[in-house]
Every structure is written in C-alpha cells, then in structure tokens.
Design a protein around this ligand. Structure first.
Ligand code: OXD
Ligand code: MN
Length: 611
C-alpha cells in the first residue's frame, strides 16, 4: 500500500510542515512547476497547458468547451460572446455534505464543519484522483484574488481538466500572465487541484487542507465546488489565513453609498445565500433624485485589513459575478441585466429558439419552443425551465453600477457592517448594535428561514453566523474569538447593523417593498455612522426613531412602519433559546463574551417587560 501511494507523501514526518505533495522535487524548477508535475504524476493527463489569460487562448478554451455536448454559443447579435453550459443534472449546486476540512485535530474544525484527518483524506481522495485526467488536458491557471497591484491580494493556482472552469476563472479572477509574473519563483500560493473525475456523486469530494494551503476537489464541475478561488480559497482557506495573520475574510458584499455632494461611504454586508446580496450590491437607488446612489464594489466576498489610517480597508477578491439567474430581471436588478448582455457564461438556464437565455423572473413570458436546463423541450409539467440555482458569470467591469474604486489597491474604507437574514416575524427592518462586542453577537446569532408560506408561517430557521456556516475553515467558536479580538485592534471600527427585508404582517404579506427602496435603510445607516439620524433604544439595539427613515414617495400600508420596527420580548426570548442551543454545540470553546452578550440581552428583554 505504502509503495503504491508513495505520492501521497506518507514518507513525510507530518502533514503540518507547510509542504504540499512534496515528491520528486526538481531543484531547478519553480515551486509551481514542481507542484504541477506532482499533480500530473497523480492524475496522468494527456497534456499540460499553462494558461496565459490572453484573448487568443480564451478563444481556444471556449472552442474546446463547445466541443462537449453540454455547451452552446448564444445569439451573437443579441448576446455577443455569450455561452450556455449545462452541468450534469446531479451536479447543480455546492455540496456541503461532501465538503471537508482536513486538519489533524477534529476539534479544530468544530461542530459545524465536516472533518477528515489529513492522512485519511490524502488516501481516500487520492484514490479518486489517481488517473482522473487520463485522456484529458490539464490546464494550469495561475490567478490573483484581488486587484493585481493590491497588497491585500493573494495568489492561487488551480489545475483543472475542465475548459468550462478555465473560462469561468478568467472572468472571476485575474488569471494567467499577470499572476504568473507576480508569483515568479515564490511558493506562496494556494494550490487547488480540480478534476471532473467521472461526475459520480458517490465519488465527489471537496477537501481543504488549510495547513498546506491546498484544496482537492474531484467529481463536480459546478460553481463553488469547481471555481476554487471563490468559496474554497477566498473563504475556507483564507479565513484560516486571516485568523493567523490578523485580517478578515468574510462572506460579504461591499457597496458604496454616495450622498448628495458626492461623498461615498462604504458598507459590507453578510446575508445567508439566497437573501438578495447581489441585488442589494447592485441596487438602483429609489432616492437617486435626492442624490443617494449605490456603487458596487463586490457582491459576495470581502477581504479586509486594518489600514495605517486606523480604518478597516476592504477589497473584493473577485473580478466577476457568479450570480443566480432566476429572479434577476429588469425590475429586480436592471444593472445585472445590462451587464450580462455580452461576454457572459450562463449555466443551467433555459434556451429560447432564438438562442437567447431564459429564466423564471427574466421579465418575458416563456416563448414557445423553449428548451429547459436539461436540454428538453419545456412545458409546465417539467417544473422550472431554468434550474433554481442556474447562474451567470459576468466580468465585474461590465456592471453599470461598478464603483470607480472597485480595484483600488488599498481597498475601500468600511464604515458599517450589515448582517441580515430572512425572518418573517422576529427581526425589525433595521437595528444598530450597541458596540462591536454586541455587534459580533448579532452576527453570531444570525439566522435565516428556509421557507415562509403565503400565510406567513415561519419556516425552519437555519442558524448561519455571519453567513459563514458553510464557509468558515475552522472552529466557529475560534472565529467568534477572532472577531472579538480584531475589533479591539481597529482604532475606527465599523458600526454594526442588522436588517431584515422579509418581515411579514398578520396577513402574511411582506411589510417592506425591498429592492431599490432598501436605500432608505442604507441612508439611515449612513446617518448613524455620522453620529446623526434619529434612533430609539430597544433591548436588542437602536431602531430608527419616528422620523428616522426617509419615507417620502413611498406608500406603506397603515401601521406597517410600527410593525416593521416592533421588538417583541417574548419572541426574542424564544429566539435566544434557539441560539443558546446552537452555541451549546461549541462547549467551553465558545468565547465568554458571546455568553455575556446573551445574558445581557436576556436581562434587557426581561427588564423591558416590567412596567
Ligand atoms: C454563493 C453562495 O453561491 O453563497 O455565493 O452559495
Ligand atoms: Mn455567496
């Protein structure tokens, strides 16, 4: 056995020594070349192509992608340089149950991650990778997460046997020559090995080795499982790097709110998947005529570091948007609709007879002859024509609302953090935490309801601290500790808020219109950041005072505003019990500050009940 798997590095004394496969190193080769050769020895591709990121190469890769029967060129007149890709029907989303963090000690990944021990993982997943690229091309993609000239950016290298992944990585990261030049002979890169394998879900596995800055992903060609720069590197591996190096890697959008006079205030917001992060980041402001405008810096990820000026500075590590298509339309997100008219790769959307993409919510009825995401002629008996998790991959610079600062080398100064979730009953439209420690508690108690019926019945609440449940690469108790500690080190920390666009009235209808009207809430947040804006104290934090929100031009149902701001102590006591059960999973590793905030909130709620 040992001889057969000698490339799995059992000859090394420990898997924590920072080396990767470490087999047959050539002292004349660069660390990148050595690693690529080691990977090739395992996966045995037919040929190896080092990607340079050029336009000529991109055309070749797209042509290669089109050779497969699951890719199509779209209408060149109406969607120039756009493509449709259909993934295997069993491979349409991230697979959290097949995603592992691999470090020696199980306690270090905590109760919210799947764990594999590194030796076991190397053997088990190594078997799946052995010969996995036989007959295929292995592409080597050096890439930068973050603006090419930013000190906050980091390098990665992904090897993959999927041309679709190469084409997507070209949109989502700065890849090729620019990364190769920055990497030069350094070994300071996150290494990602991706192979489609045979796409059998029984042989699918995504493993992270944070101590080696290594990712192995086999058996999936979809999104976050295959574009390794996104969730695997920029969140799971980067969160451990951030903990060790004193910065933050968060599942947050970044936006700039421009006020009359032109000053832009930047905010970063974390919402669980499916709560409208992309729409918020790309919002067309309902208060544009009053001079309030929203600029997009990023829609999913934020890397943040304390700057010499004492503020937290954020970059968007991505160069594109990998957005959910269904529900994206002229009314909900006109900026995205404009961006994705060219140079976009669509995945698992419907296809019209005119070779245009189609999805539910696009704003046009399904045309006769529509083909669904599986390639079948569609009718209503077949369910949605576009898969609910179908996507567009579009270069960020094509977005009409892209911030002029989106590639600023020093990032943008963050003045507010916003947490949120989908809560039908409990959380007010917006509230402000009392301080950083309380704000950390607000983030740690975040949750979102999976469903809420038309009658407003509350769905299942999934606790999703800081929207990082599937993405934190280490024990979440230590992640809360990291938040508390870094807050003490930021001379000018962002203020922390919580929003809920999804509160429903007794009739089950949403109380707040959402979308572009959310700018009214952002405006109040901006005013609070500037120490103005009227606010009322409640047990859970500050909510806007009677005239706090700018509501002119908006028709709310009678009583809706009061209902939107209401804090019901009995509901919050139940909520606290639910989060206590979640926190209990972490045992004594949970920071005492979190328990302390829990206690303080409980006391404030009890006091508020007493007349
Ligand atoms: C995403 C997610 O795809 O959070 O961004 O699931
Ligand atoms: Mn996300």
């Amino acid at each position: 056995m040992a001889a057969k798997y000698h490339w799995l590095r059992p000859q090394l004394p420990s898997v924590t020594d920072g080396m990767r496969l470490s087999f047959r190193r050539n002292p004349l080769a660069t660390p990148l070349e050595n690693w690529v050769n080691e990977v090739a020895a395992i996966t045995t591709p037919n040929r190896i192509v080092y990607c340079d990121g050029s336009e000529t190469e991109n055309r070749r890769i797209l042509a290669e992608m089109l050779l497969g029967d699951e890719a199509f060129k779209l209408n060149e007149k109406t969607y120039p340089n756009c493509y449709l890709h259909r993934s295997s029907p069993n491979d349409v989303a991230r697979t959290e149950h097949l995603t592992f963090i691999s470090v020696p000690n199980k306690d270090d990944v905590g109760p919210t991650n799947n764990w594999m021990d590194p030796y076991g993982a190397k053997h088990k997943v190594g078997v799946l990778l052995k010969g996995a690229m036989r007959g295929r091309t292995m592409y080597v993609i050096p890439y930068i997460m973050g603006p090419a000239d930013s000190p906050l950016s980091k390098l990665g290298v992904e090897v993959t046997d999927s041309p679709y992944v190469v084409a997507n990585m070209r949109i989502m990261s700065r890849m090729g020559k620019v990364a190769q030049e920055r990497l030069a002979t350094s070994d300071d890169f996150v290494a990602g090995l991706h192979s489609l394998g045979d796409l059998d879900p029984m042989r699918r596995c995504i493993v992270h080795f944070p101590q080696e800055k290594l990712i192995w992903s086999v058996g999936s060609g979809y999104g976050g499982n295959a574009l390794l720069g996104k969730k695997c590197f920029a969140l799971r591996i980067a969160s451990t790097m951030a903990r060790d190096q004193g910065w933050m890697a968060e599942h947050m959008l970044i936006l700039g709110l421009e006020a009359p006079g032109g000053k832009v205030t930047y905010m970063a917001a974390a919402f669980p998947s499916g709560c409208g992060k992309t729409n918020l980041a790309m919002m067309v402001s309902a208060l544009e005529s009053q001079g309030y405008r929203v600029w997009t810096v990023g829609d999913d990820l934020a890397w943040m570091k304390i700057g010499c000026d004492g503020y937290l500075h954020a970059i968007n590590p991505e160069a594109g948007f990998f957005g959910v298509a269904p529900g994206t339309g002229q009314n909900t997100n006109p900026n995205a609709m404009e961006a994705l008219r060219s140079n976009t790769i669509f995945t698992n959307v419907g296809l019209t007879p005119d070779s245009e993409p189609w999805w539910e919510g696009i704003g046009a009825p399904p045309p006769p002859g529509l083909i669904n995401w599986k390639g079948e002629v569609w009718d209503t008996s077949k369910g949605p024509a576009a898969h609910p998790n179908s996507r567009y991959t579009v270069p960020a610079h094509q977005l009409p609302s892209i911030s002029p600062e989106w590639e600023a080398a020093s990032g943008v100064r963050i003045s507010a953090f916003i947490f949120g979730g989908r809560r039908a009953r409990i959380a007010p439209l917006v509230y402000e935490s009392f301080d950083w420690q309380h704000g950390t508690f607000v983030g740690a108690t975040m949750g979102s309801e999976t469903t809420a019926t038309a009658t407003g019945e509350v769905g299942i609440t999934r606790r999703d601290p800081m929207a990082m449940l599937p993405f934190c690469g280490y024990n979440m108790a230590d992640y809360f500790r990291h938040w508390i500690e870094i807050g003490k080190k930021i001379p000018h920390p962002p203020k922390i808020f919580h929003v809920n666009w999804f509160r429903r009235g007794a009739d089950g209808n949403f109380l707040w219109p959402g979308y572009g009207e959310n700018v009214r809430v952002l405006k109040w947040i901006l005013e609070r950041v500037e120490n103005r804006g009227s606010a009322e104290e409640t047990p859970i934090g500050y909510v806007p005072g009677g005239d706090g929100l700018t509501l002119d031009g908006l028709q709310l149902a009678p009583g809706a505003l009061e209902e939107l701001m209401r804090v019901n102590p009995a509901d919050w006591h139940r909520e606290l019990e639910d989060s206590r059960q979640f926190f209990d999973k972490f045992g004594t590793r949970l920071p005492c500050e979190i328990r302390e905030e829990h206690e303080k909130l409980s006391n404030r709620l009890s006091r508020s009940r007493t007349p």
